[in-house]
Design a protein around this ligand. Structure first.
Ligand code: NI
Length: 199
């Protein structure tokens, strides 16, 4: 009898779970992967200035995939490594890379003016667009993309302050919606094939 009762409870549970997936697949997936995900919530409108000094919004990037990376030009190692990975992946993609716009958004608008970004990004790949803006505009963008960035005092040679920041590379679709993300330390070949899957 015990076994039968257990079997009934188990079946009821399985049926309930199945029903939950049918009725709300996204919610169940979110529940399963936990709080750390929330990836569908990444992205949104922004209004910034590009490295040529032109005002741009998220709408200017529609129609092509957008590869978004956050950092700052004073960053000693992580940001340059991420940008090198992106540049190498773009190189590997060749003409296919025209289907996406690579974007580098500064977390340090105070120092990263359009001109500073233009000089810096020229070292990596000429197709990477730099984005900066007022402190409030950049803060809005960071919030929309769930990017962590914290200014910390730094007595080193690079300046009076530096930033602790998250370093994921986001891939957004042609409508500006989140598709997937990559680590900055990804081998360029892996990034290239990950991007090619969406191009
Ligand atoms: Ni960095």
């Amino acid at each position: 009898m015990r076994v039968k009762l257990l079997a009934i409870i188990l079946l009821a549970f399985i049926f309930g779970a199945g029903l939950a997936v049918l009725l709300n697949p996204g919610g169940v997936r979110q529940w399963l992967v936990g709080q750390t995900s929330g990836t569908a919530l990444i992205g949104g409108p922004f209004s910034l200035t590009d490295h040529t000094g032109k005002r741009v919004t998220d709408k200017d990037f529609r129609g092509r995939l957008m590869l978004v990376y956050f950092g700052f030009t004073y960053c000693p190692d992580v940001c340059p490594a991420g940008l090198q990975t992106i540049a190498a992946a773009l190189e590997l993609l060749g003409p296919k890379a025209r289907g996406l716009t690579p974007v580098f958004v500064t977390v340090d608008p105070e120092r990263d003016t359009p001109a500073v970004l233009a000089d810096y990004l020229a070292n990596f790949n000429s197709s990477i667009r730099g984005l900066t803006g007022s402190t409030a505009e950049v803060a809005d963008m960071l919030r929309a993309y769930r990017v962590y960035a914290r200014k910390v005092e730094d007595k080193g040679s690079l300046g009076a302050y530096t930033f602790d920041h998250s370093s994921l590379i986001y891939l957004m679709d042609a409508e500006g919606r989140y598709l997937t993300h990559f680590r900055y330390s990804e081998p360029p070949e892996a990034l290239a094939s990950g991007l090619a899957a969406h191009l």
